[in-house]
Design a protein around this ligand. Sequence first.
Ligand code: 4NP
Length: 163
Amino acid sequence: MIMEAEKRYKVLFVCLGNICRSPAAQGIFEHIVRENGMQDRIEADSAGTYGGHRGELPDRRMRNAAMYRGYGLTHRSRQVSGLDFLDFDLIIAMDDQNYEDLMHLAPSVEATHKIKRMASYLTTHKITYIPDPYYMGLDGFGLVLDLLEEGCGNLFNAIKAEL
Ligand code: 4NP
């Protein structure tokens, strides 16, 4: 008898443009998953509520800041869709506007339960959202990576405890 491969737990990170925060979150999270040898159990993707950057690599400033910490970001921007709520187990919003936009896009009440805020996984940083670094200086990208490293680490531990 051919055994069906176990379905992987799927996490989608969502921001506005899908060129700064959410591809960085995806890259950091995938790095943690690989470090823990869980690639066959957990997978990640990212998307934006705004589709204007579709097909683009992450913003060069974010790619450089991430590479400095050892994360190569190769995701191509895409827009989130209602179908993502069927495909993914967990959908992580970077800020309150992303959260509200996802709540409106969700195809059912049940689907809204998959949406969580990235900041809800922060423990030491006292901030309720991941700020948009697009119009910030280079320090903004470092701050976002600090927040995402902590949030992704705690998110990974929470998922691992559930699997
Ligand atoms: P992100 O940053 O949502 O973290 O990818 C942004 C990227 C692009 C724009 C806004 C935010 N934009 O307006 O083009």
